[in-house]
Structures are given as structure tokens and as C-alpha cells.
Design a protein around this ligand. Structure first.
Ligand code: NAD
Ligand code: MG
Length: 420
């Protein structure tokens, strides 16, 4: 069953005592009605690539959105600069040592400081937070995203790792609490938009597009020599380092296949990948009559971020536009499985479900860190992931605790790999 999160009728008045969390007030019209009070947005990972783009969307929103909370790991300097500009109610520094650098008077009047992952979990459940932008990188994003879903929030989800690790559990939790998860990942935002063109049972296939990264045309024999500096130069997108390396290995597409599997509730065999070097077509949905619906825009994350904040309405915004006065070339080709073995791992983990996504994700995070620290070769990333995925004690219906345990196990396995 596909879930495209249609506009939910929201009660006009607060409170759902069963959850202890106020449902006031993300009514649809309040996202776009200039008369309504601003929607209070919690930006988790505000100093990162998605975080700073989110602040750009908020600052361009003519008062429709207000930064209510900004959270980051340890980049205190940029967090303080952001707080001075946006004057949020809360700033959260997750790393305690980094927080100690904040002297009295560092934050603007009216902005309070909270420290640690526990504090962040509590604050994302605060009734004052209307929308949560989940943009922490990696498995570290799961806790706060889980807390937001548990509180029935509307979550703009950039942290794909949450669904890769625990998709079925997170989607079941959302169904129980009434939380809405809206994708920020550009491919999933495109799919979300395209799915509106038909009914779930009319969907034939979902095609995720991939830029192909910087090594799409590089000779396969030289892949083992790829350096971190080369992998960090992405041809079309400007992103944080982890996802940029994921893009170069195409592990990002593997993670996105798994993300789509759970977010849209679509069987893995209906998901496919096409390389599209221009990054203009962000994904496509083929319906049973042969129609293919796509979403196009320049590669600019401010658009899917804004879509997730304003859905189900649209507004003008800061994102770049296509220029229809110029010749535009759009190319598509199937991914080269021999040079990008990660894509197969994504198909496999999406089909297997259970603990496969969490293990693949953890192995990949550790391997990418090893590659960036020059302990592993580029080609070791997919090789290590394949081995760990193959050897892990698969569990079909894991609990969150089992997922966490296997996450730690997979990281340890990859650490051994780097030593060997
Ligand atoms: P980034 O590295 O640029 O930023 C990461 C942010 O997370 C920073 O603010 C950092 O302080 C924070 N963070 C890191 N570890 C943390 C921890 N333990 N606790 C709290 N905060 C922590 O990453 P990014 O590129 O913005 O990506 C963020 C997420 O969005 C990732 O899951 C990525 O896959 C996803 N995403 C990114 C893009 C993109 O264009 N950058 C596109 C699609 C999806
Ligand atoms: Mg993406």
C-alpha cells in the first residue's frame, strides 16, 4: 500500500490527551495564510548542508515560518551565528564538551541553551514545535526523529538513515501516533509529488534518478585509487561529506531504495534506478497505462525542503528555476552494476527488510569514515558492506534494541576490516 500522506483534516483546537501532546496547530492553511501566526520549526542539524538550506527557506518565507529550535553536534560557532540571526527559542548543542565553549551572553536574549541528546529528544516533543526538520547526518538522527514521530509531529525527513535502519518500526509508530513524515530527499519528494497523479494500485514502477556522482565515466580499473578529495567533488549537488561519498559510491541510491520501500510502502521489485547526470529530473513514477510522471527542477535542496514545510500547499520560494529559454539536455542510462556494486546491495536490503537496512547503513557509515581517514580504499566501502550484510545474523522482525545492537556489531566488523 502506498502512503502519500494526503492532507489530514486537523482539529481546529488543541490537545489530544491520549498522547499528552498538543495537536495545535499545523492546520494546512496556517502554513500559507499570511494572517496566521508563523509555524515554529525545529531544525535538527541546522549547521549542516540541509540545515543551512532550511534556514534559507525560513528566512525567505515572509514570516510564515519561524526557527523555534536549532540543534547541532559541536559546531558551536556557526550555531551561535545562526541563533543571532534567527533568534530561536532554543539552541541545542548535543556534544557536552562543545557546549562548554559557550560563555554567558553568547546567545541572544530570549534564546535558551539545552545540552545533550536527551534534551533534544524532550524538546522535539514540545507542543510548541509545529514542524520538525530531521537533518542530522547518519544513524545519530534516529533518536530525535523517533521522538518526533512518537509525539505525532509533522516531520520533514532528510535523515534517510532513520528509515533505512528502522523503516517498518518508524512507519508503524507514525500510523499509531498520527505523525506525518514528509520526504526532504529530492528523489522521494519527486516521487511524493508524482504519486499524486494516480491511485496506489495504478503504480507500475518507481524510478529513482541518480546523478552517477563524479566517477560515472571514470575507468573501472582506477576505482581503487580514488582519493577522498576526488570523492568529495560532486558534479551537481553541494552536500555534507558523508552523503557526498555515498553519492560517489552510489551507496546513496542504495539507501534511497530502502527509504522509498518503507516510506511509500512499495514492494522492492517495483523500485528501479536510472542514472541521470543533469540532476534535473528528480525521480519518475510509471503508471499501469504507460504514463510516466516526473518532477523537474534544478538541483537545489531548498525546493524539496520548502515542499515538505508547506505541503499540501505551494508557495514561492528561494529555489533556483529552470530556464526554458535555453536548450536543455536530459540523459538517462542504467547504472553500471560492475562499477557501482552498492546499488545491488540496496535492492537486496530493500527486498530482505528486517535488519538488512540497519546493517548496511552502519557498515557503510563506518566504511565511509574509514575511507575519509584514508584507512580504507574507495572500493573497500562496497566490499566491506557486502561482506557484513552477508554474514550478519538476519532478523526479520527486529526490535529497536536489536537494530541498535546490530548497528554496533556491523561497525565493529568494518573496523576489523580496516585493520586487516
Ligand atoms: P552535514 O554533514 O552537512 O550536516 C550534518 C548536521 O548534523 C550538522 O548540523 C551536524 O552538527 C549535525 N550532527 C551530526 N552528528 C550529530 C549528532 N550526533 N547529534 C546531533 N547533531 C549531529 O549533512 P547533510 O548533507 O546536511 O545531511 C543531513 C542528512 O540529510 C543526511 O541524513 C543526508 O543523507 C540527508 N540528505 C542530505 C542531502 C543534501 O543535499 N545535503 C540531500 C538529501 C538527504
Ligand atoms: Mg537524494
Amino acid at each position: 500500500m502506498f502512503a502519500i500522506h494526503p492532507a489530514k483534516p486537523m482539529p481546529p483546537t488543541p490537545s489530544d490527551p491520549s498522547r499528552g501532546v498538543s495537536r495545535f496547530p499545523f492546520t494546512e492553511h496556517s502554513a500559507t495564510d499570511p494572517q496566521a501566526r508563523p509555524l515554529r520549526v525545529a531544525v535538527l542539524g541546522s549547521t549542516g548542508s540541509i540545515g543551512t538550506s532550511t534556514l534559507d527557506v525560513i528566512e525567505s518565507s515572509a514570516g510564515r515560518f519561524q526557527a523555534w529550535l536549532l540543534a547541532a553536534h559541536r559546531s558551536v560557532e556557526s550555531l551561535v551565528a545562526q541563533a543571532k540571526r534567527l533568534k530561536p527559542a532554543w539552541v541545542v548543542v548535543v556534544d557536552e564538551q562543545a557546549a562548554a565553549q559557550l560563555g554567558p551572553g553568547s546567545l541572544p536574549p530570549g534564546t535558551r541553551l539545552a545540552v545533550g541528546a536527551d534534551a533534544l529528544e524532550v524538546l522535539v516533543q514540545d507542543p510548541a514545535a509545529d514542524r520538525i526538520v530531521s537533518a542530522i547526518v547518519g544513524a545519530a538522527g534516529l533518536r530525535s526523529t523517533w521522538a518526533a514521530v512518537e509525539a505525532g509531529k509533522t516531520v520533514a525527513l532528510a535523515n534517510k538513515e532513520t528509515l533505512v535502519m528502522a523503516g517498518p518500526l518508524v512507519m508503524r509508530l507514525a500510523a499509531r501516533t498520527g505523525a506525518t513524515i514528509l520526504p526532504v530527499d529530492s528523489e522521494h519528494s519527486a516521487i511524493h509529488q508524482a504519486l499524486c497523479s494516480g491511485r496506489p494500485e495504478e503504480v507500475q514502477r518507481i524510478v529513482l534518478t541518480a546523478s552517477g556522482g563524479p566517477f560515472r565515466t571514470r575507468a573501472a580499473e582506477s576505482f581503487a585509487d580514488i582519493t577522498p578529495a576526488e570523492a568529495l567533488r560532486h558534479p551537481t549537488w553541494s552536500m555534507g561529506p558523508k552523503i557526498t561519498v555515498d553519492s560517489a559510491t552510489m551507496m546513496n541510491k542504495a539507501l534511497e531504495l530502502i527509504e522509498a520501500r518503507w516510506l511509500f510502502g512499495v514492494p522492492a521489485d517495483k523500485l528501479t534506478v536510472m542514472v541521470h547526470p543533469q540532476s534535473i529530473v528528480h525521480s519518475l513514477v510509471e503508471f499501469i497505462d504507460g504514463s510516466v510522471i516526473a518532477q523537474l527542477s534544478p538541483p537545489d535542496m531548498r525546493l524539496p525542503i520548502q515542499y515538505a514545510l508547506t505541503y499540501p500547499t505551494r508557495t514561492t520560494g528561494p529555489a533556483r528555476r529552470l530556464d526554458f529559454s535555453q536548450t536543455m539536455t536530459l540523459e538517462f542510462e542504467p547504472p553500471d552494476a560492475s562499477r557501482f556494486p552498492a546499488v545491488r546491495l540496496g535492492h537486496e536490503a530493500a527486498a530482505r527488510g528486517g535488519t538488512a537496512g540497519a546493517v548496511l547503513n552502519a557498515a557503510n557509515e563506518e566504511a565511509v569514515a574509514g575511507f575519509l581517514a584514508e584507512r580504507l580504499r574507495f572500493t573497500d566501502i562496497a566490499d566491506a558492506c557486502a561482506k557484513v550484510l552477508d554474514e550478519h545474523p538476519f532478523e526479520a522482525e527486529p526490535t529497536l534494541e536489536e537494530i541498535r545492537r546490530l548497528d554496533a556489531w556491523a561497525r565493529l566488523e568494518v573496523t576489523k576490516w580496516s585493520v586487516a
